[in-house]
Design a protein around this ligand. Structure first.
Ligand SMILES: Cc1cc2nc3c(=O)[nH]c(=O)nc-3n(C[C@H](O)[C@H](O)[C@H](O)COP(=O)(O)OP(=O)(O)OC[C@H]3O[C@@H](n4cnc5c(N)ncnc54)[C@H](O)[C@@H]3O)c2cc1C
Length: 412
């Protein structure tokens, strides 16, 4: 038997990862009362590459948290290396230095980064409940008006009421499932493994994405961390894992033992067994809203299909969701038609870039073409500058949407 705490919050946030925590922080700026719920207690781990680049840095700066994030244990990042299947490498500098001498990006373990953001959110949320597993949504007249679930520590079942419900609950989103919006499409879904290491040679201030044959159009990554540690992993489109019957653990072992990487792993020591996780990618524009609710971050499939970066778009989704939540509350209109503005604003921000990345991912399936593009970028300042601009969010959206732009770029 569930009981209610008798309060109606402006916003109920299901999930305290980057999208949920950022939503609480943006809501506070607009004076909205929030209930922040997570099934785990923080700090908690999250399988990830742990890299925070362009977009994440922009939002952290907007939330005035960049200085504090710079102080967290981790590595500063100034560039990204793309390696082709034939091991040609192009090194792309992140162009954007917000303040002189500040890094353009970070690699920070999610156990640390998420906990930092969650604790900041907890300071401003009206109520935060950890160890609360949301099990269902509450509907009235076709609109979501709350959630129900169980405190896994006390065993108590509770209902909570809110004007707007935000599903920030990751790839397996309960809110998406209960509203009929959950989709697991293997063509738009990546599976990846992470394994922390100590002692990998050749770590610098770069993150490395190597598009190796075993997992094309996916990649093998090596990201530096603090004190000589590294985040190493491999990821591939779910459809190809199934079609080609790939064992990702074997593919990762093979990559480390291959001629190109063997020397760097000779003295390296794994800190854990490889662990897998899911990445719903934004190559398909899914429905992510309805009467009284919105889906954010991984629940809305916003991960970049080429680079696997999802934290930046998760943070952006929080910004636009709260903007629209505030306006809906002000207008007293919680209808799907009103809330559709969330989808429009978010896709105006991230849509073109996701489509470009989808094109790059498709191109990555054709080995000679991927070799050609990476070789071209390695030889041409113009091409590498443009990729840098894309990564730093500086290439105008209209340009990204125009095929002539790519043609000129690659064949000039
Ligand atoms: C292997 C791998 C590597 C990646 N590398 C990178 C990278 O280097 N850089 C990058 O930017 N992105 C990367 N990503 C993507 C990134 O991890 C996600 O995009 C990001 O975590 C999305 O944040 P989120 O807040 O939407 O969801 P999550 O971080 O998944 O948070 C969801 C939260 O909801 C809670 N929750 C779930 N269900 C419930 C429930 N029923 N009730 C209550 N709480 C619930 C969970 O406990 C969790 O805390 C990677 C992903 C993977 C799998």
């Amino acid at each position: 038997m569930s009981t209610s705490n008798g309060q109606t919050y402006d916003v109920i946030i299901v999930g305290g990862g980057p999208s949920g925590a950022a939503a609480a922080l943006y809501a506070d700026r607009r004076g909205l009362s929030t209930l922040l719920l997570d099934k785990d207690s923080f700090p908690r781990d999250k399988i990830c590459g742990d890299a925070l680049s362009g977009k994440s840095v922009t939002i952290l700066e907007e939330l005035e948290l960049l200085d504090q994030v710079s102080e967290l244990p981790g590595a500063f990042i100034q560039s990204v290396v793309f390696g082709s299947p034939t091991h040609t490498q192009v090194n792309i500098d992140f162009k954007r230095n917000i303040v002189e001498n500040t890094p353009s990006g970070f690699v920070i373990r999610r156990e640390i980064f998420d906990n930092f953001l969650f604790q900041e959110a907890k300071k401003v949320a009206a109520t935060t409940v950890e160890n609360f597993l949301v099990k269902d949504v509450i509907r009235e007249n076709g609109r979501l008006v709350g959630v129900s679930g169980k405190n896994t520590e006390t065993g108590e079942s509770l209902d909570y009421r809110g004007k707007i419900i935000l599903g920030c609950d990751g790839f397996n989103s309960l809110v998406a499932r209960k509203t009929g919006l959950y989709e697991h499409d293997p063509e738009h879904w990546v599976v990846a493994l992470r394994q922390y290491y100590k002692g990998v040679k050749g770590l610098t201030d770069q993150i490395e994405l190597h598009y190796i044959d075993e997992v094309l159009p996916g990649y093998f990554w090596i990201f530096p961390l603090e004190d000589g540690y590294a985040n190493v992993g491999i990821g591939m489109l779910h459809k190809y894992i199934k079609d080609r019957n790939v064992d990702l653990k074997e593919a990762m072992e093979h990559a480390k033992e291959s001629e190109a990487f063997q020397e760097r792993f000779t003295d390296a020591e794994p800190m854990e067994d490889p662990t897998g996780w899911n990445l719903p990618v934004g190559s398909k524009h899914r429905k992510i809203y309805g009467n009284g609710f919105m889906l954010l971050g991984d629940a809305a499939s916003l991960i970049d299909p080429f680079t696997g970066e999802g934290i930046g778009n998760a943070l952006y989704s929080a910004k636009y969701a709260i903007e629209v939540a505030d306006e809906a509350i002000e207008a007293g209109d919680f209808s799907e038609e009103f809330i559709a503005q969330y989808d429009q604003r978010l896709w105006a921000e991230v849509g073109d870039e996701l489509q470009v990345s989808y094109k790059l991912q498709k191109l990555g399936k054709i080995r000679p073409l991927l070799n050609f593009v990476i070789n071209k970028a390695a030889r041409s300042d113009e091409v590498s500058n443009i990729i840098a601009g894309m990564l730093a969010n500086e290439v105008p959206r209209k340009k990204l949407a125009n095929p002539v732009f790519y043609f000129k770029l690659l064949f000039s």
